[in-house]
Design a protein around this ligand. Structure first.
Ligand code: SF4
Length: 455
């Protein structure tokens, strides 16, 4: 009996990698089980963004041992890349080598392969690593990894230290996977990577001239948009520096591209952005957002903000609050600064006391909730196409508008006996028109205008 449980912590890219591994094992006769159940193999893709993510990984590895002490435990990913987890798992690799992980696992199961730590350096990190099978998700939208690694060194960030240099996937392979997933009925695709801004930065132009980009993210979006069955394209996390006039012009004509942009800002204070070694400023960020809103009226702008970065004063934090109001974010992911070994910020003076960081994160989360409610109010009475992802316990159809407003859709009341459309609910995976008629906290309540998949 070969039951395998595969789990991922952290970002969409990690989830993509685990979905691809799961598909490999599914195709080779393994039974995929939940990682809360007994299995013969456990695979965990780890994250190093915060100390909390690392603690969760250790907790899960211990749990797998408890669930089946005979099981083969495998750990990979960013935390495993930066730490020695050989005490906690039988096979440990880092952020490269996932393409050979199936063989390593089969070898260990047949006792022909080694258990115990493998030299991470054994795996290449200067070219994009194809996993060889499509990442078939259990959700209704598919993640499409197009890039890996990052050449930047933001002062707080351990990701670039874990994932290595920026490397881009060929557009040919991106298209092949998009076709395979579209053929399975997936119509919404989220392009993901470590830093999508850097897509193509490693492609050499003619005569090997570095950085003469032969392709960039706009080319990827355009290519994916032409795959039959692709109805909606979303973008993973971006930096505002990508939103030049030329780039916005080029993406503005791509119809399946959803007007939802996650522009990671991190702080609303120019002084702190500088200390973070970020590449944008309030002014450049503001310009990028206005360019996007001009090209995509009503676009949803979401972001990441860190509170408690070393040296952050009350005034810096107030600038972050004021700038959040000015931009009118649709959603804010709030993070408390987490010291990461090996990063510049770990050694910086002026570490902010945990209590102050906690207080600021609560204030910013309240601001985020206020802005999310305002974003719904601003769109009251408007109709949007929603991809139905699941149904809640009241039978309401849940999903996101193209702008990334989370919606719960209820059947339209039958107005008269002749009103044929009233009452019908769409199927999971359908993209249907809904009209926002109310809100329930940060969730919009909508009326399902038609249960028919809007083609
Ligand atoms: S851009 Fe900065 S925060 Fe993002 S992965 Fe690179 S170094 Fe980390």
């Amino acid at each position: 009996m070969n039951r395998i449980a595969l789990a991922s912590l952290g970002c969409k890219t990690n989830q993509y990698e685990i979905d691809a591994l799961a598909e490999w094992f599914r195709r080779h006769g393994f039974t995929i089980v939940d990682d809360k159940e007994p299995a013969e193999v456990y695979v965990l893709n780890t994250c190093t963004v915060t100390a909390e993510a690392e603690r969760k990984a250790r907790q899960l590895l211990r749990r797998y041992r408890k669930l089946n002490s005979e099981a083969l435990t495998v750990v990979c990913g960013c935390y495993a890349q930066r730490s020695d987890l050989r005490e906690m798992a039988d096979i440990c690799i880092g952020t490269a080598g996932r393409s050979v992980l199936p063989q390593l696992i089969l070898g260990a199961l047949e006792q022909t392969g080694s258990r115990g730590g493998l030299e991470k350096a054994a795996f290449q990190t200067d070219v994009y690593e194809e996993l060889g099978v499509p990442a078939v998700p259990s959700e209704t939208r598919a993640f499409l990894k197009v890039q890996d690694g990052c050449d930047n060194r933001c002062a707080y960030c351990a990701i670039s230290l874990a994932r290595g240099r920026a490397r881009s996937r060929s557009i040919k392979n991106i298209i092949l996977e998009a076709r395979a997933l579209a053929a399975r009925g997936f119509s919404e695709f989220v392009l993901t990577g470590t830093n999508l801004n850097l897509y193509g930065s490693d492609f050499h132009g003619a005569e090997g001239a570095k950085n003469t980009r032969t392709a960039d993210l706009a080319d990827v979006i355009n290519a994916v948009s032409q795959v039959e069955g692709v109805r909606r394209i979303r973008l993973g996390s971006l930096e505002s520096t990508l939103m030049t006039e030329d780039f916005v012009e080029r993406i503005s004509g791509i119809r399946p591209l959803c007007p939802s942009f996650h522009l990671s800002l991190q702080s609303g204070s120019d002084r702190i952005l500088k200390a973070m070694n970020r590449r944008d400023s309030r002014a450049s960020y503001r310009d990028a957002v206005s360019r996007l809103r001009a090209a995509f009226p009503g676009a949803g702008i979401t972001t990441d903000l860190i509170v408690g970065f070393p040296g952050e004063t009350k005034e810096d934090f107030e600038e972050t609050l004021a700038f959040s109001d000015e931009i009118g974010f649709l959603r804010i992911h709030v993070f408390r600064f987490s010291r990461r070994p090996g990063t510049l910020a770990d050694k910086m003076p002026g570490q902010v006391p945990a209590a102050i960081a906690m207080e600021r994160s609560e204030i910013l989360r309240a601001k985020a909730a206020e802005l999310a409610v305002k974003a719904i109010a601003d769109r009251m009475g408007q109709s949007f196409e929603v991809l139905v992802e699941q149904f809640d316990d009241k039978g309401r159809a849940e999903g996101y508008t193209p702008e990334y407003i989370f919606v719960k859709g209820v059947a339209r009341r039958r107005r008269s006996d002749r009103d044929a459309l009233g009452g019908d609910m769409p199927a999971r995976g359908a993209i249907v028109p809904m009209k926002i008629v109310g809100s329930d906290g940060e969730t919009a309540v909508a009326e399902v205008l038609s249960a028919e998949n809007a083609l």
